[in-house]
Design a protein around this ligand. Sequence first.
Ligand code: CLF
Ligand code: SF4
Length: 470
Amino acid sequence: MQDPEIAEKIANHPCYSAEAHQYYARMHVAVAPGCNIQCNFCNRKFDCANESRPGVTSTLLTPEDALAKVKLVASEIKQMSVLGIAGPGDPLANPKPTFRTMELVARDCPDIKLCLSTNGLRLPEFVDRIVDLNVDHVTITINMIDPEVGERIYPWVAWRGKRYTGREASKILSEQQLAGLAALTERKILCKVNSVMIPGINDEHLVEVSRTVKGLGAFLHNVMPLVSAPEHGTVFGLTGQRGPTPQELKALQDRCEQDDGAEMNMMRHCRQCRADAVGLLGEDRGDEFLPETFQGREIAYDLAGRQQAHEEIERWRTEVAATRQTLNIATGARIPDVPAAEPVRPDEVVLVAVATKGSGVVNQHFGHAGEFWIYEAGPGWARLVQTRDVDRYCNGPSDCDEDASKLDRTIEMLSDCAAVLCSKIGLGPREALEEAGIEPVEIYDLIDKAVAEVGARLVTDRAPAEVGTP
Ligand code: CLF
Ligand code: SF4
């Protein structure tokens, strides 16, 4: 059943609704530099790895500059609907600039949703402030609920003027995180929990984390892969701790989703954005908004223009949803914010990869795709289950088809997919995909429709071969 209050909250939030992320953008402002804990996957030179991919840094802004930037971006990218504060350190370890920024944005940009991402250590003390500021969405990164697991992730926690280490540190952190989560859900704030999947350390444990946070009222669980390399200079990077493969990540997300029939909502489309990310998830337009474009400038807020742009998006979204309903296609969303068929997963599905620039359409050239969206596909079924980064190997017609090693990596990344849907594909990659047993499908159509149709055909085509297979 659709809960209208929740549906309204997620309707244009690109992280809380996979469907919305095809149309709406988010931006982050980097106003929070410090942190009160240490994670073994973090290097303070970079953005908070609990919400970001390590290896990128953001320019720190004052709350006033952050407001100017929000106004500028809001006028240029009208589908930007959410402002998140996610670093580069922990927002609640820097409460003054974090809340000052939110106050200013709430004052001048009334149609922008406010979003916060935190390690949760100081969450309980700020619950009232969060409620007062109308922050609708809070993300807490919870990587463990067992201090024995935690001591392998967190070397220390700074708490009430003292530095704690070992299990005691993780015990304090976990208690604060869970108390904060419970207090927020009690106040009807929509909460997402992020967890970094660290193979051999917390991967098995995350199923229990998922069950626990669901019990405390978390709306969504986002299990993200550890991104770890020696050049990041992190403890895990230097000790060779690996991250999970996309297949391992999906398997764990599936387990969390179905654990004991608990049916936790799992986020499958996180891009591990940087602390100053701007644009649709998966694109970063931060370079268009360098400090000299907004710092110290008076920027007008185009509320009417934004409302008009959002109305146009909603008209198109309604059309896409109507097509989905007519064709009886389900997307698997448990609380759909726009109508789809009842989520009944067919017995047999295949994975297909989609190249898209957004708006719900297969509209990107294979060689231009920096990422592929992985769908479960079958009769009446088109469910986004993952996004995977690949190197763009084509920089234009002159080198199209040429960089074989990048193409090999892309094909390796898509090896468990039965087909790739894209608007165009060159001869070289077409042949290479076919050789790898992946069908290239050139198509320009609605993603849900194309995925369900191709999925239905592939499932039927495969059926005879699988009859009698042990
Ligand atoms: Fe930003 Fe995070 Fe809010 Fe989204 S990101 S503070 S909830 S507006 Fe989104 Fe980016 Fe993943 Fe975060 S894709 S890293 S989940
Ligand atoms: Fe780094 Fe974020 Fe962990 Fe703080 S909470 S140590 S900024 S990853």
